[in-house]
Design a protein around this ligand. Sequence first.
Ligand code: URP
Ligand code: ZN
Ligand code: ZN
Length: 457
Amino acid sequence: MAADAKFDLVVRGGDVVLPDRVDRLDIAVRDGRIAALGNGLNQGRMVIDAAGLLVLPGGIDPHTHMGIPIKDTESADDFASGSLAAAFGGTTTILDFTVQSRGQTLSDSVEERLGRARGKCHVDFGIHVNLTDQPERRLDEIPRLIARGLNSFKAFSTYKEQGMMIDWPVFRLVLAEINAHGGLLMLHAEDNQHVSRDTAALVAAGETAPINHAKSRTPEAEARAIETASAIAGELGAALYVVHVSSRAGLEAGLAARRRGVRVHLETCPHYLVLDERKYLEESGHHWITTPPLRSPDDVQALWEGVQAGAFDTVGTDHCPFTKAQKDRHGGVFHLTPNGLPGVENRLAVLYTHGVARNRITLPQLTALWAGNAAKIFGIDHRKGRIAVGMDADLTIWDPRPEGVMTLQSMHGKADFTPYEGLPQQGRLAWTILRGHPLVADDRWLEPHPKGELIES
Ligand code: URP
Ligand code: ZN
Ligand code: ZN
């Protein structure tokens, strides 16, 4: 500890990943912000030697579900356990979703979700507002929420049985209102007519094994919903954010809309980049049930081509874990199994190992997918998403050298299986730093008290 310390923390000599290049720099932190970037900075009360390590902006995961009801159960991680796992994966901000119960106002659903996160979340957090219960009757709430800094909303074009779907005329209404006030609408895009027709036919034929999950929710259903939603967005001149794009057809529908001038943001997820539908044929294949389903190897390839070409703005995890007991409860019957996978801890490992280390993406591309683009899209780039003087000192320090495998033993969430078990991993997390506070060093947890704060745009 330097007696004449000018800074709270200095991260020395790392390869700092900037939006357009990688520079060997020292990063000095004071009062939770980046105070200086340069060389020869050494007056820190704490100094981290980052020689040989990559220093990235703290990860922003734009899509998590901590403790949400799905089918007859609730996702296994709450904000405490899920955010701990996030930090062990290098993520310093998660953007989660409200759950609007029947008859509940949007603002009450926000307060309920914030109540679950405040004082428990170990990383910073933001909230997207789900529009699931008659949002056409709550249009007046939208401008008020945007004015208080909650500017992202989400609609579902499926999950009718769960009471979450809105139909296309209502989608148009809410999109127009959100757009008029400068907000952004996100969409879970699957055409419910396809899904309910195909699900009903499979169930009626007694085809309930896990592979039928993939047959019941097809790439075509995803593409149709993206086409319909982006046509409406185009007519309104509104932007749209499509969550968890899983297929070649879905990606192509998004790209076709962009070519017509529609502002469509596209997100994919780590599991769609490294896993495919053959998992459903393995023993306990139902453990991999998530919506949209894992797809064919050709879809996986198409998604990587999209990532390489810059077609995807973000990679969000859609973190929604269940324990094996929860997954097993209905004997593997596809349409009864709770859908969702853990992943909040695996995002950087997947992107680094299967993206950077395989020369599919550059480090600046990684940093855009990891943090930079989400910060811009969700309006938190005044604090988050890049390493620059004045920004929150959220840093993810990655050692690119160790070779290993992804395995449950190194995971920290409540799920007792990882969908990535046995996949190769290049590199490992060295440090996670939230607003200047080290949360994780190697495998050690350093911060007993939850430090996460609500981040608004
Ligand atoms: O199956 C999933 N992805 N569960 C979480 C809810 C959703 O649709 O994103
Ligand atoms: Zn979804
Ligand atoms: Zn989701």
